[in-house]
Ligand binder design. Sequence first.
Ligand code: C2O
Ligand code: CU
Length: 482
Amino acid sequence: KRRSLLSLAALSIVAGCSSTLEKQPDPNFSNRLRIPPPAEPVIDADGAKRFSLDLRAGRSEFLPGRITENTWGVNGAYLGPTVRASRGDKVRMAVTNSLPETTTLHWHGMRLPARMDGGPHQMIEPGATWTPEWTVDQPAATSWFHPHLHEKTAMHVYRGLAGLFLIDDPDGPPLPDEYGVDDLPLIVQDKEIDDAGELETSGVDRGTFGLLGPTILVNGTYDPFVDVTTEAVRFRLLNASNARVYRIGFADGRAFEVIGGDAGLLERPVRVDRVKISPGERVEIVVRFSPGETVVMDSRGEPRKTANDIEEDDFQLLKIVAAAALKASPGLPATLSGPGPETPPAGARVRRFSLSGSEINGHDMDMTRIDEVVPAGATEIWEIDNTTYAHNFHIHEVAFRILEINGAPPPAYQAGPKDTVFLPKEAKARLLVRFGGFVDPLTPYMYHCHLLRHEDKGMMGQFVIVEPGTENLVPRTIRAGH
Ligand code: C2O
Ligand code: CU
């Protein structure tokens, strides 16, 4: 199979630079980082924010001067606008499928009734418009949206369907929050782009991890740079890759503060020099710059290399160019969020999930089978035991805390509220999970591996939330597409 020099060179990085392939040319960082435009809502008579999201195909220019056909986006050719709402807002969505195939749009990280969740059951046929609505009632967080059609999620996300959904809390602490200035989203994805500029898709649904591309796009920008004008900049990192795991930091080794994870702010800032982020996870960091300096954000694998690890590759992600004069930024508040570490209530129910090749507890996903029935408002302990190569575990509707990973507390920057946890080869995790109160015994939420090839292969289960005391009365078989 022919590959461009670019892919060959980049592949040598994937291969750990040990091969005889040419080394990756030094990146030029020649393209200005795209910032996803804010979605503009219409305000309805009742004050609800109404967003129109059109899922469509288009053409993109990733490599300079080369057109990539058939990329998918929301209100554009690739990725989507940034949707934003505050705690307490009512939102009303009109999601139109202008694509040639059925898809869904899932609000990853949002706490809402299962019928509004956009999972595999809420299918949108070509030409149809889906209109979920809900009231945002959860702490400030960087959430996102992407398709979730059973067996097709990997391809739909790879083609470009993904966007950010930022939740604001008017009572939150003061943080850099000028979107596009000192509050910058970074959607990190890997791609394989051929000579002609076309997206190579044949690897997406093959192999153990699906496609692991040699080319990184940030916000859909190839080889990007960004100018910053303030001393402190908040980056909202989203790993929207199909399977790649990154260990993000800076080429000069500088430390930075982590302020939040998937489901909201940490109790207080945590100083680190690398953060690991697997598919579906978000990490919010605040980095300080000196006037006139240039620094490269990169991903660096841990020195340890083990078979089947997918987290070992090195990439340069983004060049950050600080202006000669920077606007002063205040230091971060010492305390970011209210409740500190949570302890499991006595007698909390424990559920165990064993992950193998592409099964959970020995089952492939079945859209008609309810795997778990959870009473509304429950706090439970979920134990995830990964018996094979790397996976992660995402639960819809909830925020959880990682109590333990391999018997030890998680790194401090992962101790806050989360919805996705990375499980390296043969790792075990104990999670403290708080469920909400949207009762619907006939419409399930999902839990699954967020490595999209695994999810598509069936590494997913379904749970319903029911009125406490009715757990044994609800049907364990439902109609698909409900
Ligand atoms: Cu990001 Cu079930 O998904
Ligand atoms: Cu997996």
